[in-house]
Design a protein around this ligand. Structure first.
Ligand code: ATP
Ligand code: MG
Length: 507
């Protein structure tokens, strides 16, 4: 029903799309696969009227159409959920859902109807926050679900989803897939972008692979994962998790020690250590309090009781500069809000934390800064026009690479990573894992929060499982299996008895 032919798009210094063909049938889920920067988001932005193509054409039911702007796309029955969130943080969920098309009565905004309609949509996607909640109070997964609800409310015939599952946990992904399957059975054509290859056979029908702005082929969604990887990165990947876990000697010095950390209603009884050379994984469901603990440890948020020590020295609470000075680093979950300066160059962003170290005689050693930035950008295969490209114009995954690169360059003794490889392609992930290995091999410690269970299991020497604001259990690399982690996370295991006093804030 929809065809794109010979699509071309050029940005300063980059040919993002170089003659791409793509077609979508009614009632199918067509997966768009490709490395970070391959051109996936650019292609769907052309289809949804965000960008104008420099060449090629779009046909709907055999007729050429012009998708000039979001409104034109809506008229053609095309709705898109973009990789970057388009929600307005200070407005309520209901206002965001109906932005620009609020129901009116006698010319006045019908708030009651709007909130009732919003409640129905929210129930459909399983968000239990009231429609009046300001969007800024939602976690990142909650915001994604609101974006999805918004797209559903448009009743589109073509639904484009750009990495909708990147920020969701297994349970939410299942709920999303149920919605997608229902829409497919109703004849909606769905374009689905993901870096989670295991999702492809579960939800997809066909896969189109993009590489460097060209379509390199089409494969059925049931193709083996190796074949998808081979198509996507042009080579096979031997070892996705290059770590020999559980090798750290237990006597190694604890670099980070957290005792009795508590914040009323959010988390409590948080005790753990991370030793030199160790990667400690933190698993749990969304809302279990993992990000909240990480932010409190780093001093970004306050806590009510407990202590945080780095290298045996106690940190003052709620003080990020003290944390940084002690050698603690945090790669935040919300990279757009907290991790990057979008209007600055790649080089400047990579140098943000290292700046102090790169000074020589009070002056910034620009040459050294540039060398380091160039080296890390090359290792992580950041797809860019040059080091002076603004970070805001990089593809989603390449932005994430810059956030990680910045902290890997900073060489913090203790690095807390919150969902580090979110949105990163399979090839670049391995490179990040190698860099984590190099850090720990040289005596650094890493605390890694991740909702990607294979990643937690493949890269952690020990795994802490959080559930409802507390640490429900700790597993060694050998004990940590998918089942063991999930049992603790949902609180069905023997250790997971419900001795909960403070109920955590829902997300
Ligand atoms: N507004 C822009 N200005 C300049 N360059 C851009 C802009 N948008 C995209 N690009 C460039 O176009 C290329 C393709 O980017 P795109 O966002 O389509 O990649 P992607 O396949 O979606 O990657 P990811 O998996 O990381 O999201 C990249 O090199 C990117 O830097
Ligand atoms: Mg993208």
């Amino acid at each position: 029903m929809l065809r794109m032919e010979g699509i071309r798009k050029v940005f300063p210094g980059v040919v993002a799309l170089d003659g791409v063909d793509f077609d979508l049938r009614a009632g199918e889920v067509h997966v768009l696969l490709g490395e970070n920067g391959a051109g996936k988001s650019t292609l769907i932005k052309i289809l949804s009227g965000v960008y104008r193509a420099d060449g090629g054409r779009v046909l709907q039911n055999g007729r050429p159409v012009r998708v000039a702007g979001a409104e034109a796309a809506e008229k053609l029955g095309i709705a898109a959920i973009h990789q970057e969130f388009n929600l307005v943080p200070h407005l309520s969920i209901a206002e965001n859902l109906f932005l620009g098309r609020q129901p009116r009565r006698y010319g006045l905004l019908d708030r009651k109807k709007m909130e009732a309609d919003a409640a129905v949509l929210l129930q459909r996607v399983g968000v239990d926050a009231p429609p009046r909640t300001p969007v800024r109070e939602l976690g990142i997964a909650g915001r994604q679900m609101v974006e999805i609800a918004k797209a559903l409310s448009l009743r589109a015939r073509v639904l484009i989803m750009d990495e909708p599952t990147a920020v969701l946990t297994a349970e939410e992904v299942n709920r999303l897939f149920a919605i997608v399957r229902k829409l497919r059975s109703e004849g909606v054509g769905i374009v689905f972008i993901t870096h989670h290859l295991e999702e492809i056979p579960q939800i997809g029908d066909r896969v189109t692979v993009l590489r460097d702005g060209r379509s390199v082929g089409q494969v059925p969604a049931s193709a083996p994962e190796d074949e998808l990887v081979q198509q996507m990165v042009g080579r096979s990947i031997e070892q996705q998790y290059p770590r020999d876990t559980g090798r750290v000697t237990p006597s190694a010095q604890p670099l980070l020690r957290v005792t009795g950390l508590r914040r009323a209603g959010v988390f409590h009884d948080i005790h753990f250590e991370v030793r030199a050379g160790e990667v400690v994984g933190v698993a749990g469901l969304v809302g279990a309090g993992r990000t909240e603990v990480a932010r409190a440890v780093f001093g970004a948020d306050p806590y009510d009781a407990g202590t945080v020590e780095v290298l045996g020295k106690r940190l003052p609470g709620h003080n990020v500069s003290a944390a940084l000075a002690s050698g603690l680093g945090l790669v935040p979950e919300d990279r757009k809000g907290q991790g990057l300066v979008l209007g600055s160059s790649i080089q400047e962003n990579l140098g943000l934390v290292t700046l102090r170290k790169a000074t020589r005689g009070g002056l910034v050693d620009r040459a050294a800064q540039k060398r380091d930035a160039g080296r890390i950008a090359e290792r992580m295969a950041v797809r860019m026009a040059g080091l002076d490209q603004h970070v805001g114009t990089l593809s989603g995954g390449n932005q994430q690479k810059v956030v990680i690169g910045k902290w890997l360059l900073a060489q913090s003794r203790v690095l807390i990573l919150d969902e580090p490889t979110r949105g990163i392609d399979v090839g670049a992930k391995v490179e990040i894992y190698q860099l984590i290995n190099e850090l720990t091999a040289s005596g650094h410690a890493v605390l890694m929060i991740s909702s990607d269970l294979p990643e937690v299991l493949g890269m952690s020497d020990r795994v802490l499982v959080m559930s409802q604001g507390r640490i429900a259990g700790e597993l060694t690399a050998r004990e940590a299996t998918q089942d063991a982690v999930m049992a603790l996370a949902v609180g069905t295991s023997a250790h997971g008895a419900n001795e909960m006093e403070d109920s955590p804030r829902g997300h």
